[in-house]
Design a protein around this ligand. Sequence first.
Ligand code: NAD
Ligand code: ZN
Length: 359
Amino acid sequence: VIRCRAAVAWAPGKPLSVEEVEVAPPKAGEVRIKLVATGICRTDEHLLRGCFPNAEFPVIPGHEGAGIVESVGEGVTSMKPGDKVIPLCIPQCGECSFCRNPESNFCQKSHMSEPQNLLPDKTSRFSCKGKQIHHFLWISTFAEYTVVPEYAVAKIDAAAPLDKVCLFGCGFSTGYGAAINTAKVKPGSTCAIFGLGGIGLSVVMGCKSAGASRIIAVDINKDKFAKAKELGATDCINPQDFKKPIQEVLTEMTGQGVDYSFEAIGHQDTMIAALASCNMSTGIRVMIGELDSGSAISIDPTLLLTGRTWKGTVLGGSWKMRECIPKLVSSYLEKKFNSDLLITHTLPFAKVNEGFELL
Ligand code: NAD
Ligand code: ZN
């Protein structure tokens, strides 16, 4: 058993508390990882507010980390202590029908098919003050050590800087993959991205690398526009600067609406606006933002009748996580894109609550 620090959420709506926790050794088929860096994603904040489906407390959040294998359980063959790794919140078992389908990354052997905050054997490796603490998405990266099933870990290049490539665990891969894999953005096309957080800015990068000719970035926070332009946005607009609805503005700007629209915020109204912003015939609107569990959206069905497509995406569409994340890390090391530009602040672990305030 390892004693180390972790940020524990004891109850919904409370700040995280940095505690000493016990982390049990990995069981058969599991890997214990010493985490070196983690990002903060809006999804962690959904969890802290108690708005994540089926989440149980107390829980150790975090799902965007990178680290080094500390020890492996019986039967683990694909990695050894000392390997650099990224824990995956969507695993790749390699055997289920989705893993065998090139169009899907949604492994059926995941916490999403069987929602629970425990490891696959329905036990936890974390405890604190004599209480069992739940895992989050199986990976709980707000801890100095975590235990993860082997098929939810990607081994990456030993040269990778862990404080930079931790973003590949969620934000960068989600946004970039939404453009490349889910929308399959074509060269010369027009795109609109609603929300310029870590996810939306990664979508901008994906649209740019796919060769989109017009990339329109939409946010109510003007401070995001300089970075969006640097990453490839051709236009930046603030819905609050217009009297008419933003979908009408985008339709006027592009003639008939964009070819692809992406929602990376997580609000009902912007989800509908994104749908109405893409062209009525071939427009594809990709939903990335998450709504609170139990919420519903009502839309005018004629928006879809003429041919528009509404798609969802989780962690970058068809990235096969164990195979593709190491390849994305290699492309980063070859300087094919600069995801470092997504990093706005770097804080010591004890200041995790300050990180959420900054977010
Ligand atoms: P973030 O909070 O960093 O960014 C959201 C951005 O939206 C901010 O820049 C904010 O100013 C802007 N915004 C807020 N309200 C707006 C409005 N009405 N109009 C225009 N812009 C507005 O969030 P993030 O970490 O980038 O995550 C974005 C969303 O994606 C969240 O809902 C998150 O839960 C979700 N997410 C989904 C996946 C997935 O796999 N599908 C993965 C990670 C995160
Ligand atoms: Zn995330």
